[in-house]
Design a protein around this ligand. Structure first.
Ligand SMILES: [Zn+2]
Length: 263
């Protein structure tokens, strides 16, 4: 089973003491490639560095998460543009809107989002999108770039049926995480994931966040790792009524096509 984790925050400090071991455990679990999420001015260059030191296995995105939108200055925009010159950087983002936490003011979030979509429009790179509690504004910002963007993935989808169908209507991709395994807030996803066409569905851990609650025994540190992608795909396959091997192979093929990765 060859899996691709399309969203792993491998530059996170919690991996500093054992990153190599984390990567080895991921390989042992069948994770053959990973896209390291770049989500801030500080971590996007680190994601590129990590990808450069593991050619063909790790790739990076470069972007600024809505939580950090306040730091999206003109200089920051120039830094992002420089990162996008590198072939290891395979997508623009993580970018988008997060009105759940509102860590950055909403106008700053919209501006940072638009500036990054502008980079995507110019470079023709895929976009790696984050949306939480901001669906209407998110759709309206995206509408402003209609016809100018390459492929798009709404990563870590946790939303409603209407939101899902809005994304699929736009022909966007959807990333599913271990949120699916959360009996308190992810139950609705169990039904919804059947509606995602195989060629629009990708899988991700969002490690170190979102440890799947159905992993038994839960590690004492509660840190999520890319190796748990194998668990997520099992749960996802069951909900879709598919063989695990089918869900795995399809999501891997979809990720390779989306990010332009060679196998
Ligand atoms: Zn996110």
């Amino acid at each position: 089973m060859d899996l691709i984790d399309i969203g792993a925050n491998l530059t996170h400090d919690s991996f500093d003491h054992d990153r190599d071991a984390v990567m080895q455990r991921a390989r042992d679990a069948g994770v053959v490639q990973m896209v390291v999420t770049g989500a801030s001015r500080e971590h996007s260059p680190q994601a590129l560095k990590l990808a450069q030191s593991h050619p063909g296995e790790l790739f990076a995105t470069a972007g600024v998460h809505p939580h950090h939108a306040s730091e999206y200055t003109t200089e920051c925009d120039a830094e992002m543009r420089a990162l996008h010159q590198h072939p290891e950087v395979v997508a623009v983002g993580e970018c988008g809107l997060d009105y759940f936490r509102d860590f950055s003011p909403r106008p700053a979030q919209r501006r940072a989002f638009e500036m990054q979509l502008q980079i995507a429009a110019e470079t023709n790179k895929p976009v790696f999108l984050h949306q939480r509690d901001a669906h209407a504004d998110f759709m309206s910002v995206m509408r402003g770039f209609d016809g100018r963007l390459g492929p798009a993935v709404v990563h870590c989808f946790t939303g409603s049926r209407d939101e899902l169908f809005d994304y699929l209507d736009q022909d966007w991709h959807v990333g599913i995480t271990g949120w699916l395994c959360d009996e308190r807030r992810g139950q609705h996803l169990r039904e919804l994931v059947r509606n995602i066409p195989a060629n629009r569905l990708m899988i991700e851990t969002d490690a170190p966040y979102l440890l799947p609650r159905t992993v038994k025994p839960a590690p004492s540190h509660r840190r999520n790792e890319p190796m748990y992608l194998a668990h997520i795909v099992e749960e996802l396959a069951r909900d879709r009524g598919e063989e695990v091997a089918v869900t795995a192979a399809n999501s891997t093929a979809t990720a390779r096509a989306f990010f332009g990765l060679s196998g």
